[in-house]
Ligand binder design. Structure first.
Ligand code: MN
Ligand code: MN
Length: 309
């Protein structure tokens, strides 16, 4: 039987892992393949919470996808995938981010601007008439909660609401809102985090106009304790910048309860951020009320500012 890896992005979040596992299950039910959910790093604390809650084993961690047939979930940028990604054969992509990939042959592409990749997969289950097992439903529910910040974030759509309600019912979670709050809090950065932990968790790399941009995001219930460690965090960011020839490093500290962010900005291209948000950085930082989404509220503004340069 053909073996297919279903791969989530680097620094996998709950949507990357939930999407990989739920899509692999669907493929195994529907087609004559052996679909295996894989990730390139271990799950973070939030995903750990969801996996433990629903008693789901951790997907396999792989270092290479060379010579494999793969399906990408929750990403499509080479910069966010395994390094030898280009030596694999991409069969399909299911994603809700801007499209970046070029392929040398036709592929299946399911892309939709909804709150989570898990929402797209939920509607695939419906379309194909496949029952979602309780545990998988719980993990998909967790993925939607994670990406939409419990349906409060700006990327949330009606479809996410529909999927959320149904998945909550299927999963048997008594109070999904309460479960969601607990899961987000579990994943929220804890006070004994080391400076490097803050900027190595939820990290994404982008290449815009030939510039290397890295955006790390930390989800917290209070921004103040993170700012107390900001000098050490900035030192870590600067180390990364010189080591990896990074042109712009943004560290987005997001308050998941108040839905706003403090953004720390370092690197040669920092002026681009000032233009993008029409703001002046003070102590390498700017406060952005209502901004919580990299893909919807940060990346589009950066691209515009880079192009206007
Ligand atoms: Mn993701
Ligand atoms: Mn996602």
């Amino acid at each position: 039987m053909t073996e297919v890896y279903v791969l989530g992005h680097n620094h996998p979040d709950t949507d990357a892992i939930g999407s990989a596992m739920s899509l692999a299950y669907l493929l195994n039910e529907m087609y004559n393949v052996k679909a295996i959910p894989v990730i390139s790093q271990k799950p973070d604390i939030e995903t750990r919470y969801a996996l433990d809650y629903f008693k789901i084993p951790t997907p396999m961690v792989v270092r290479t996808v060379a010579n494999k047939q793969i399906i990408l979930v929750d990403h499509n940028e080479i910069a966010q995938s395994l390094a030898d990604f280009e030596n694999s054969e991409v069969l399909a992509i299911i994603d809700h981010h801007k499209l970046e990939i070029k392929t040398n042959k036709p592929i299946c592409l399911f892309s939709e601007p909804v709150g989570a990749t898990a929402t797209i997969i939920y509607f695939k289950y419906k379309e194909l008439g496949i029952n979602i097992p309780e545990k998988i439903a719980g993990l998909m529910l967790s993925a939607i909660i994670s990406d939409t910040l419990l349906l409060k974030g700006p990327t949330t759509t009606k479809k996410d609401y529909v999927a959320y309600q149904d998945l909550a019912d299927i999963s048997g979670v008594a109070d999904a809102d309460r479960y969601g709050t607990e899961m987000l809090k579990a994943g929220a950065v804890i006070n004994n985090n080391m400076p490097e932990d803050f900027i190595n968790g939820d990290v994404k790399d982008y290449f815009i106009q030939g510039k290397h941009i890295r955006i790390a995001q930390a989800y917290v219930t209070d921004i103040a304790p993170v700012l107390e460690k900001i000098t050490d965090i900035k030192n870590e960011m600067n180390k990364h910048i010189s080591k990896n020839y990074c042109d712009l490093f943004m560290f987005v500290i997001t308050d998941i309860l108040k839905i706003n962010s403090m953004i720390v900005v370092l690197g040669d291209e920092r002026a681009v951020v000032e233009r993008a948000f029409n703001t002046k950085l003070a102590h390498d930082m700017c406060y952005q009320p209502g901004v919580v989404s990299r893909k919807k509220q940060i990346i589009p503004l950066l691209i515009k500012a880079f192009l206007a340069k």
